[in-house]
Design a protein around this ligand. Structure first.
Ligand code: 5AD
Ligand code: SF4
Length: 472
């Protein structure tokens, strides 16, 4: 218990932004039961590991963390207390039975689609004296979004909003279609309502989330009658009409779903930020086919061309996998060529990691670790140089920055540029709290590997209210 009589809840989140969103919604679901977030598992009444299964050794990391937590749970029990220990997310979905077998200290295992049922699960866990763990890894027919509470913890200036989940693409390396289930889009009304609640809570920037977010096709209704399906472009335009929202982003997109309307929205909607994370994974058509990506390198380059025609300064980001089964030196060279042709503002790159249950994991030509490591180093060098050049080109420009939080150094705030770069700015003593949550013009004066440094361009910074908008 905390001093105010609340129960302590510690959630450790691994992996993607969808997990960050899910963890905050778990906090919201548990709040009415008296749980309050704390930042250490020691002495907590409930600990949730919200896990990720996308790449290597994810489950081993979870088991070693569970070993550490067992000691805290025993400590708690020795004090006459209790600690409900839960494993959530994609490792739970994929390896639920195994977790209960190997880690008997675990009370609850639940997947990404069932956490709206947490109150019942917790009540049962607290009642059950035998200590047997519960497993809830259904893909329920009813959506969790219909059951999540409207109340939410204070989200800050920038927030995530999950609009789409699951994936039907079945890239041959990826666990998502198995752990998150079939593609699903939230109805338009439910998305707009959550966006309005976020704005009321002080949010200015919303990032729409989905494993395949641009495949969004949500049911719309007007005045109680069905209004067809909306794509992501239309949804973004409707969100842009909500007063108080100043910035919109979305992630992660698939090249196949980058339709004309969405590209046009980038040209027409100033609130839509000029940044797009559009994973290509490889530049080799042979590997793209083996990955079941359903597009060629050229298809991707044509999309980039259309995007740049719509919005010339759009900054691009991508994911890459090196060392996919059967990838030759020539295939890898094609990836480097594509990177050189596109010119990325930033990107993520990974060594291929065989995921149990996916087709590529049983392909014959698995590559040696050393080859993967060497290719990754080569690709990261190129991507790093591109990111550094992109950041350097911002020096001398004035960029609007939404100040989100205190920086590491005293007297410093951190926010994001339109292109997703972190920007550090020094602010006058005593103004920090007041300035967080505002959008300010910043003169960019320095570029680092992963961030920018700058100076606030305001004539009367201390007088501005936290909601003041200097520019959009
Ligand atoms: N091995 C390596 N990287 C992977 N990703 C997904 N599955 C794997 C895998 N088996 C990467 C992809 C994806 C990102 C989220 O993680 O690049 O876009
Ligand atoms: Fe995984 Fe993305 Fe491919 Fe879906 S589209 S299978 S989430 S990599």
């Amino acid at each position: 218990m905390t001093e105010n009589g609340k129960k302590r809840l510690f959630i450790k989140t691994y992996g993607c932004q969808m997990n960050v969103y899910d963890s905050s919604r778990m906090t919201d679901v548990l709040a009415p039961l008296g749980y309050e977030p704390v930042d250490s598992p020691r002495g907590a009444d409930m600990v949730i590991l919200n896990t990720c299964h996308i790449r290597e050794k994810a489950s081993e990391k979870v088991f070693s963390e569970l070993g550490r937590l067992r000691a805290f749970k025993q400590e708690r029990e020795a004090e006459g207390g209790d600690m409900v220990l839960a494993v959530a997310g994609c490792v739970a979905q994929a390896e639920g039975e195994e977790i209960l077998r190997r880690a008997p200290q675990v009370d609850l295992v639940f997947g990404p689609q069932t956490y709206h049922r947490l109150p019942e699960m917790v009540a049962r866990a607290l009642r059950s004296a035998d200590g047997g763990g519960q497993l809830d890894i259904d893909f329920p027919v009813e959506s969790k979004f219909d059951h999540l509470p409207e109340e939410m913890a204070a989200p800050g200036a920038a927030a995530f909003l999950s609009v789409q989940e699951g994936c039907d693409k079945f890239c041959s390396f990826c666990v998502v279609p198995y752990t998150r289930g079939a593609e699903f889009s939230r109805p338009v009304a439910s998305v707009l309502a959550e966006a309005r609640r976020l704005v009321e809570a002080g949010v200015q920037e919303i990032t729409l989330l989905g494993q395949n977010v641009n495949a969004y096709h949500g049911e719309a209704e007007t005045g109680g009658t069905p209004g067809g399906t909306w794509g992501l472009g239309r949804l973004l335009r409707a969100l842009a009409e909500i007063e108080g929202i100043t910035r919109l982003r979305y992630t992660t997109s698939h090249p196949r779903d980058m339709d004309d309307d969405l590209i046009a929205a980038h040209a027409e909607e100033p609130k839509l930020m000029p940044y797009l994370h559009l994973p290509v994974q490889s530049g080799s058509d042979r590997i793209l086919a083996a990955m079941n990506r359903q597009h060629t390198a050229d298809d991707y380059l044509r999309i980039v061309e259309r995007l740049r025609r719509a919005l010339p300064d759009i900054a691009l980001s991508s994911d890459f996998i090196v060392g996919f089964p059967g990838e030759s030196d020539a295939d890898f060279a094609e990836t480097l060529r594509l990177v050189t042709e596109v010119g990325y503002a930033q990107a993520y790159s990974f060594k291929y990691s065989p995921r149990p249950g996916t087709p590529a994991a049983v392909a014959d030509e698995q590559l040696p670790e050393a080859v993967k490591a060497e290719r990754l180093a080569g690709l990261q060098q190129l991507l790093g140089a591109q990111a550094a050049a992109f950041n350097q080109a911002c020096v001398g420009r004035t960029l609007p920055v939404l100040l989100e939080r205190a920086g590491r150094k005293p007297g410093q705030l951190v926010g994001r540029s339109p292109y997703m770069q972190s920007v550090h700015v020094p602010v006058p003593e005593g103004t920090q709290q007041r300035l967080i949550g505002s959008l300010f013009d910043v003169a960019i004066e320095a570029a680092y590997d992963h961030s920018l440094g700058g100076r606030l361009l305001v004539d009367d910074a201390p007088q501005h209210s936290t909601r003041a908008r200097i520019s959009a």
